[in-house]
Design a protein around this ligand. Structure first.
Ligand SMILES: Nc1ncnc2c1ncn2[C@@H]1O[C@H](COP(=O)(O)OP(=O)(O)OP(=O)(O)O)[C@@H](O)[C@H]1O
Ligand SMILES: C[C@H](N)[C@H](N)CCCCCC(=O)O
Ligand SMILES: [Mg+2]
Length: 219
């Protein structure tokens, strides 16, 4: 592995997965091999007797090399609730996440790890997403869904990333809504308050096209 990034966001449902896959396509276009990980996923479905998560499946599909599902997503929980609740019978062990990440990092130049929920979402009764990112020791990319309220959420999350001692490699804005009043002004304000590079603004798309989105990224 040459480089790895931990992808967090201002909340759940803010575009972390879309950004992760757009980044995977971006790195591939640069001639790099890339794999991804969704260590903890809540909100899964049963397929042939195993729990599967849509984020993890997208990450698996977009990898440069074939990767076994369990390496991408060692903790798959059925219920779409906070992982410390969904995983009460099989709580996340950060040593397992770390060992699985090491295995994955031998496979490609770039490894992207998508968090779950926002920066302080609990992953078990002792740890939250920030602990998982610190265990992996990766620079963090902050995904911001550009909507009303995002300036506050982005500033809080950016401050918390700094407090964890991890580097922030930049932020990605995702237009998850078809229309937003004063969109450009919001982006301008976010750029001014977040002391980290803007890596790209992903436009609103009616149908997902990760190649189009990946062309908005510049890391
Ligand atoms: N560029 C976009 N254009 C339109 N809709 C988008 C875009 N990016 C994301 N969305 C919408 O936002 C939803 C959430 O995106 P995504 O799944 O990437 O969020 P997430 O932060 O990974 O969520 P989770 O916390 O569940 O992992 C998508 O299912 C899609 O409906
Ligand atoms: C179900 C959802 N899509 C995510 N997988 C889990 C989000 C957990 C959020 C926990 C919280 O901060 O309240
Ligand atoms: Mg996701």
């Amino acid at each position: 592995m040459q480089q790895g990034y931990f992808i967090t966001g201002t909340d759940t449902n803010v575009g972390k997965t879309w950004s992760t896959v757009a980044l995977m396509r971006y790195f591939k276009r640069q001639g790099k091999s890339v794999v991804g990980m969704k260590p903890v996923a809540s909100g899964c479905f049963m397929e042939k007797g195993s729990l599967r998560n849509l984020d993890a499946l997208l990450i698996q599909e977009n990898a440069s090399v074939p990767v076994t599902y369990d390496v991408i997503n060692p903790y798959a929980y059925l219920l779409p609730v906070s992982p410390h609740i969904a995983g009460v019978d099989n709580p996340v062990d950060l040593a397992v996440v770390s060992a699985t990440f090491k295995q994955l990092s031998t496979l490609a130049d770039i490894v992207l790890v998508e968090g779950v929920g926002g920066w302080y979402a609990p992953i078990n009764n002792q740890h939250d997403v920030s602990d998982m990112a610190q265990t992996l020791g990766l620079p963090v990319i902050l995904v911001v869904a550009i909507k009303l309220g995002c300036i506050n959420h982005a500033r809080l999350t950016f401050q918390a990333i700094g407090q964890s001692g991890l580097a922030c490699a930049g932020w990605i804005g995702v237009c998850t809504e078809p229309q937003l009043l004063c969109l450009d002004n919001n982006i301008h304000t976010l750029s001014a308050v977040l002391n980290t590079p803007l890596l790209g603004i992903l436009p609103y798309m009616n149908a997902m096209d990760f190649d189009v989105l990946s062309r908005q990224i510049n890391l």
